[in-house]
Design a binder for this molecule. Sequence first.
Ligand SMILES: [Zn+2]
Length: 575
Amino acid sequence: MGRIVSSGTSPSCLVTSLSVFGGSLLDGGRIALILSGVITALSALLGMAFGPQGPIRGGDIEIERAAYDVLAYDVSIKADPVGKSFAGTTVIDAKTVIPTSSVLVDLSDEFAVSAVTDGRVPLRFERLKGQIRVHFSLAKQPGDPIRMDVTYAGIPHVARNAPWDGGVVWAKTPSGADWISVALQGPGADLIFPCKDHPSDRADRATMRLTVPDPLVAVGPGKLTKTVHHADKTSTYEWTMPLPINNYSLVFNAAPYELVKDSARSVAGQSIPIHFYVLPESRPNAARLIAEQKKYLAFMEKYCGPFPFRAVKIGIVETPHLGMEHSTSIAYGNKFRFAPDGLDWLLLHEFGHEWWANLVSCADTRDEWIHEGFQSYMDTLYLEATHDKAAYLAAMKDRRKKIRNERPVSPRPEVSPEPYGGDIYDKGALVLHSLRFLMGDEAFFRVLRRMAYPKPELEKQTDGRALRLATTEEFVNIASVEAKQDLSWFFEIYVRQAKLPTLKTEAVDGGVHLRWETSDGSVFPMPIEVLIGGKKVRVPMAGGRGIVEQAGSDFGIDPDGWVLRGADAPLSDSR
Ligand SMILES: [Zn+2]
């Protein structure tokens, strides 16, 4: 599992140098480790290094944040649209995983912290940039519970361009009512409440108690468990999410919403409630959107397994920004712009993230193509499911035009400290498209299903145990098992390196010689289809080379655009 090297006595000097999976397959024990949320083990699996850096949202993590595993958040926020302010208390329930006498909690600088207690007595704390350091009078030992009640208030960061920049949106509905929305996937949940703002640690459950002026209805994740109307013309809406939830889904929206209810049957048998919180002005569109929603449910369940949150609900809430994949409370702001065939691409994309982001979550943003690339692939696959293969292939060719190949889709930690490259959507989808060609439909769709639910019995679970943190390496392993060959060569070129492979061609005696070239010189045995005499023929490309004996006048390479690569070039151009 690697080694831990201490280079000093202070926990913040502890440095780890840990290996990743090492190419071995993810077994049940490792899955159990991930599910248990034991950060030391998880960090080892992910090869994270701890260092005395500032708050980093997605990559490496400091020891004082790695030292605890969040079990639950209980977030109370009173939102005032007049003063554009928040005030509240967050209770963090956690478990110690590394001995420590202090921990770091993330909280945006916009908020002043008035108190931190353990629920009974005050805890000493310091305000750092973007963080709070909380001290314990006795060092916490692994397994010790930690409780921190943080009371704070301030003017939260305002989003200028939600959902891309993140923050609070203070909008007005078409009839002039207040419309509050929060989106913070990029900058993190510490924009609205104190938390451990790192994707490697998601709470096992959460409660949000949201107080807003009447007649606004505040909508959070999970189930509405209580509503209290106060004498001061405000109301508190208590939302309980009983399943693990990413920090960036711990947000809320508030408006004079109306609730439109429906239900759909899961492929697993249960009836799933559908709750759509819609503005009164938009209510005439609600039935049509829900009808579309049911199609996306059937599509996603067919390929990726049962809806993971069927014990809670399918939630949609109308937002003033475009949208976001908030678990069980999908933010929808596409203004009911249905395509001629009825498709609302935004709802399909955000709802699909219930599998690729909320069921399968990456613990490091360097793996975020598992969210965006996978769901982008599903978005395009939907065209094949509802139209035909030609529509799918054409849409994939369009994605080719958008990729830049400037940074790897999923850089290794030692290659780049930077998480999240720009190509994770389109190139991520194209990697899966090429993988489908390599493996064939049957094996490829099994891989997709196994990545969603590594074991068939997990598809039956609705209590949260199917939800997991995943890595790119895990996907390489799952695909390799199904392909019955080590596919590291494929992923090394397509997701670990930025530059695309190129196919070199040379006309020889009426035939064509083909050879793959890769930026690192590695062998790339990616088969390719060629057009000969009106027929598509698969060239195996063993050892990265292939020969077409008789090319013919209509010779063409990869006529359907299956294989992701740079511009083809004559062999004489080889470096
Ligand atoms: Zn997305």
